[in-house]
Design a protein around this ligand. Structure first.
Ligand code: RTP
Ligand code: MG
Length: 145
């Protein structure tokens, strides 16, 4: 991208229940801040079916949706809005591949996650995957923003 075409964006990050349970929320936020992104909002909350159904609407009909929602309701989630130049792509790079077994070292999932042999992949974090998803997801988790 050209220097005269700034793309300051916001993204929704979730530290999923496995990350909060394992005491990794601070480490994950540390990586986001160390990269130079700005924290705009942070809230610890336990999600319900309505919020998760809307959040994961794109996965309707997929076999992992029900176990995913059960997992996401299993404890508090740290919801975060972060801001910065190309933060949507940047956070997904920090997170690493969906499957923590193959996520490269240096990434959140690669350094801190692994396959626990559970019903659904537990991979510590969520990050919005496009400008449209980010706007939609921020509206769901932080209606006041
Ligand atoms: P996320 O949305 O959480 O940032 O992760 P992602 O884009 O890398 O993965 P996505 O395909 O959007 O899937 C959402 C979450 O569902 C769980 N999942 N489990 N086969 C499985 O067990 C399976 N497939 C997906 C993961 O927790 C994934 O992050
Ligand atoms: Mg996704």
């Amino acid at each position: 991208p050209q220097a005269d075409a700034p793309q300051t964006e916001r993204t929704l990050i979730l530290v999923k229940p496995d990350g909060v349970r394992r005491g990794l929320a601070g480490e994950i936020l540390r990586r986001v801040e160390a990269k130079g992104y700005t924290l705009v909002a942070v809230e610890l909350r336990t999600a319900d079916d309505a919020l998760l159904g809307a959040h994961y609407a794109e996965h309707e009909g997929k076999p992992f949706l029900a176990p995913l929602v059960d997992f996401m309701k299993s404890g508090p989630v740290l919801a975060v809005v972060a801001e910065g130049q190309r933060v949507i792509e940047g956070f997904r790079t920090l997170a690493g591949a969906t499957d923590p077994t193959v996520a490269p070292p240096g990434t959140i999932r690669g350094d801190l996650g692994r396959d626990w042999g559970l019903k659904v992949i537990q991979n510590l974090v969520h990050g919005s995957d496009s400008v449209e998803s980010a706007q939609r997801e921020i509206g769901l988790w932080f209606p006041s923003l």
